[in-house]
Design a protein around this ligand. Structure first.
Ligand SMILES: Nc1ncnc2c1ncn2[C@@H]1O[C@H](COP(=O)(O)OP(=O)(O)O)[C@@H](O)[C@H]1O
Ligand SMILES: [Mg+2]
Length: 263
């Protein structure tokens, strides 16, 4: 079976001068779960955008479901996009539509009859814990609730891969944890998941493999270990997480620990 996504020496430059991504090699297969970490500006969003066909590589090759994106006919793109669900930090819900209608929208756009998606939408909203809020407008929902609507919308086309770009960035920590648990549960049910995040505390708790971007280069690491009590020689990665510490700089300091562990 073809991998969902296969990067072969992929480079990306927006201006033809600075390489945002360099020589990226990466294979995402069915059932994979990966965190994508790295300081702000490292290229996490850019990498995800290539997977959802918003940007093409400047060099190297990227295949999605065995099809090279460089020579993919435009007419093939909608089918590929339906196999890849995306969740954004800022939710991107339509304000004038209810939770139900937001989740149903991709189906409506694809011309599917309401009778054929009604039950799926209801089940998805129930699964994310919003069975009672199906008729609510986004303005009346909390950040965590909006993000769960966005997750249900990303799932409605039954994608093989979910891309979540900083999905916990605009929700409180408890909701962030809940959204992360939903993503892990989803992965257990078979969907591949890539989560771009700054939140090292969450990354550590989830014990999943990590893709680390730094200076345009991607490396794969094993799960981060639990935070050890602070002491001599303790690296920055084991200091307790706080909102203020969730900066790109701190992620930089955490890298040696991740690198050591995978070696
Ligand atoms: N559309 C764009 N045009 C030009 N430069 C961009 C564009 N999108 C991102 N960049 C630049 O590419 C680099 C990586 O950005 P991004 O992928 O958003 O990083 P991250 O998601 O890790 O914060 C940054 O230097 C950013 O300014
Ligand atoms: Mg980003």
């Amino acid at each position: 079976m073809d991998p969902i996504a296969e990067f072969n020496m992929v480079g990306l430059s927006y201006d033809g001068q600075i390489d945002v991504l360099k020589d990226v090699n990466l294979v995402i297969r069915n059932g994979d779960f990966r965190f994508l970490t790295g300081p702000s500006g490292a290229g996490k969003t850019s990498l995800l955008k290539m997977i959802y066909l918003a940007h093409k590589p400047t060099s190297g090759s990227l295949s999605l479901f065995g099809q090279n994106v460089a020579n993919m006919p435009r007419s093939d793109q909608p089918a590929i996009r339906r196999r890849i669900g995306v969740v954004f930090q800022e939710f991107r819900l339509l304000d004038h539509l209810t939770a139900f209608e937001n989740v149903a929208l991709p189906m409506r756009v694809a011309g599917v009859n309401q009778l054929d998606y009604r039950q799926d939408v209801t089940e998805l909203l129930t699964w994310v814990g919003l069975g009672r809020k199906m008729d609510a407008l986004p303005a009346t929902l909390s950040g965590g609730e909006k993000q769960r609507v966005a997750l249900a919308r990303a799932l409605v086309s039954k994608p093989d891969l979910i891309l979540a770009d900083e999905p916990t960035g605009n929700v409180d920590p408890i909701m962030g944890e809940r959204i992360m648990r939903l993503l892990v549960e989803l992965n257990r049910l078979g969907t591949a998941v890539i989560v771009a995040t700054h939140d090292l505390a969450l990354v550590r708790r989830m014990k999943k493999n990590i893709l680390r971007l730094k200076d345009g280069t991607l490396t794969l690491h094993g799960p981060l270990k639990d935070a050890a009590p602070a002491g001599p020689g303790t690296s920055a990665a084991s200091t307790p997480y706080t909102e203020a510490s969730a900066t790109g700089d701190r992620l930089d300091e955490a890298e040696p620990e991740a690198a050591r562990r995978s070696s």
